[in-house]
Design a protein around this ligand. Structure first.
Ligand SMILES: Cc1cc2nc3c(=O)[nH]c(=O)nc-3n(C[C@H](O)[C@H](O)[C@H](O)COP(=O)(O)OP(=O)(O)OC[C@H]3O[C@@H](n4cnc5c(N)ncnc54)[C@H](O)[C@@H]3O)c2cc1C
Length: 71
């Protein structure tokens, strides 16, 4: 089970407690991104988590470029 109890009431979680992310690693909260086994991304493997982490970081960078730190 993912250790995501503390996120309840913030980002959307699946019925298994996984953080719901889209193809870019975006959560239900604008500007908040997630990656790895704790997300809804299928196949809980190291290479998947690492790739998703890189993707989420790029998405966060893209978000900051477009919206700034206060957006
Ligand atoms: C027994 C076992 C064998 C596996 N074998 C393989 C394999 O052979 N090949 C393969 O590709 N994958 C394997 N996996 C899967 C692989 O371990 C995971 O897919 C990968 O580690 C996911 O990386 P992650 O960074 O998303 O999560 P994790 O590696 O689980 O890292 C999450 C980190 O967050 C920390 N954390 C949790 N809650 C908090 C909190 N509230 N505050 C601060 N820190 C927190 C945890 O302590 C942990 O260090 C195996 C998994 C298990 C359990």
């Amino acid at each position: 089970m993912p250790n995501t109890e503390w996120l309840k009431g913030t980002v959307e979680l699946s019925r298994y407690g996984e953080i719901v992310v889209d193809a870019k690693g975006a959560t239900s909260v604008p500007g908040v991104f997630a990656a790895g086994d704790a997300t809804t991304t299928p196949y809980k493997q190291i290479i998947i988590a690492a790739g998703e982490g890189a993707k989420a970081a790029l998405s966060a960078f893209d978000h900051l470029i477009r919206h700034g730190v206060n957006g």
